[in-house]
Design a protein around this ligand. Structure first.
Ligand SMILES: Cc1cc2nc3c(=O)[nH]c(=O)nc-3n(C[C@H](O)[C@H](O)[C@H](O)COP(=O)(O)OP(=O)(O)OC[C@H]3O[C@@H](n4cnc5c(N)ncnc54)[C@H](O)[C@@H]3O)c2cc1C
Ligand code: SF4
Length: 337
């Protein structure tokens, strides 16, 4: 491991100033993924700015029914917060199905959104990787890409976005609040995650030294009846092959409103807008759900090793919507990762 400096910031302003003064700096929150990547020589910061003393840990229920989640709130605290469990079960379930209990106690919400991809070629410096080393090539294109993306890919990168809770937040139109050298801003989650295009090294629009301070979730009565389903190679401690965040409002047997987002299949948390449009006003039944799922996955660009994800994603969408419309079998927000 290369030597680097360490500084612990007492205020948000200090953290931003310290980061801005060192071009090679990075923020350190729970450290559950940043430290691994530094150890593996994938990331080479010259300064780690520890932000754990900043007052950004609160999970607040807002008077209008929304949520404000501090960037340093731990995954486990957010998952167990009564307002999250009752009004946004999809967020709680997505968190509890991620990582392990120990990791969730350490890992922060801001760090979760900024975690890097799990592509094994990205994490092994002996392979070419455009994301780690722009212009070097992408070993996954012709390599072992069973877990890779089928939506939003480019000729430069096909890595999936790894976060579970980002999928739930995408379905709920969350907003990422930041503070940086240029002041404060609020970024809609759909604009926060960038498609790889020709610049896969750029995963979000944060400027150097810009800190996530909070995540806002707008009031969404539809989210009271919501679910996160995750399909993976083993039932615990594993990233998604396919996941679905869904919320639906059914009126007189038809779909009055629906939110759908997919994980494990996109280079960014994938809002399934085509499926949502297809479902509007349709009978709340399996044939409509299957047609909507097919409409979404029609744009998939699979490779031989990950082609199974196309059908798996369609089945997962149908299962999630059927779970909600049948009104039974909704997983309790309390499972293990
Ligand atoms: C074995 C294992 C299994 C896992 N399984 C899952 C899973 O199934 N699902 C899932 O979603 N996740 C999973 N994770 C990822 C885990 O959720 C992340 O490691 C964690 O959320 C990162 O949070 P952290 O606070 O530890 O971030 P750090 O490791 O401290 O930081 C991560 C990145 O975020 C940046 N950062 C941190 N906070 C901020 C901020 N406020 N503003 C700007 N940048 C910031 C850091 O600079 C760094 O680049 C797994 C991780 C491990 C190690
Ligand atoms: S898929 Fe992306 S992260 Fe993986 S090797 Fe290719 S460029 Fe790197």
């Amino acid at each position: 491991m290369r030597p680097f400096q360490y500084a612990r910031a007492a205020t948000v302003d200090t953290a931003i100033t310290l980061a801005r003064e060192h071009q090679g700096s990075a923020f350190l929150a729970g450290g559950t993924t940043e430290v691994d990547l530094v150890r593996q020589d994938v990331l080479r910061p010259d300064l780690l700015v520890d932000i754990n003393d900043l007052p950004l840990r609160e999970v607040e229920d807002l008077p209008d029914g929304g949520l404000r989640i501090g960037a340093l709130a731990r995954m486990s605290d957010v998952a167990q917060a009564p307002g999250v469990r009752q009004r946004f079960p999809v967020i709680s379930q997505a968190l509890l199905l991620g990582a392990s209990a120990q990791l969730r106690n350490m890992a922060s919400m801001g760090g979760n959104l900024c975690q890097r991809v799990r592509c094994s070629y990205f994490r092994d410096v002996s392979w070419p990787c455009n994301k780690r080393d722009p212009g070097s090539g992408c070993a996954a294109l012709t390599g072992f890409n069973r877990g890779h993306a089928i939506l939003g890919t480019s000729g430069a990168c096909i890595a999936t976005h790894p976060s579970d809770v980002a999928v739930a937040l995408t379905a709920l139109d969350a907003v990422v609040h930041t503070r940086g050298p240029a002041g404060q801003r609020s970024i809609g989650i759909g604009d926060f995650f960038l498609l790889p295009g020709d610049t896969p090294e750029r995963e979000h629009p944060l400027e150097h030294g810009e800190l996530i301070t909070a995540i806002g979730v707008p009031a969404a009565p539809i989210a009271r009846r919501s679910v996160y389903l995750k399909f993976r190679d083993r039932e615990s401690y594993e990233f998604a092959l396919v996941s679905v965040a869904a919320a639906v409002r059914i009126q007189d047997g038809t779909v009055a409103d629906v939110r759908l987002a997919l994980g494990g299949v996109g280079t960014k948390p994938w809002r399934a807008r085509r499926a949502e449009r297809s479902l509007a006003g349709q009978p709340a039944e399996t044939t409509s759900y299957a047609a909507a799922a097919a409409a979404e996955l029609a744009q998939a660009e699979p490779r031989p090793l990950n082609a199974f994800k196309v059908e798996l994603a369609q089945r997962a969408i149908v299962r999630a919507l059927a779970t909600l419309s049948n009104g039974d079998g909704i997983p309790a927000a309390g499972g293990a990762g």
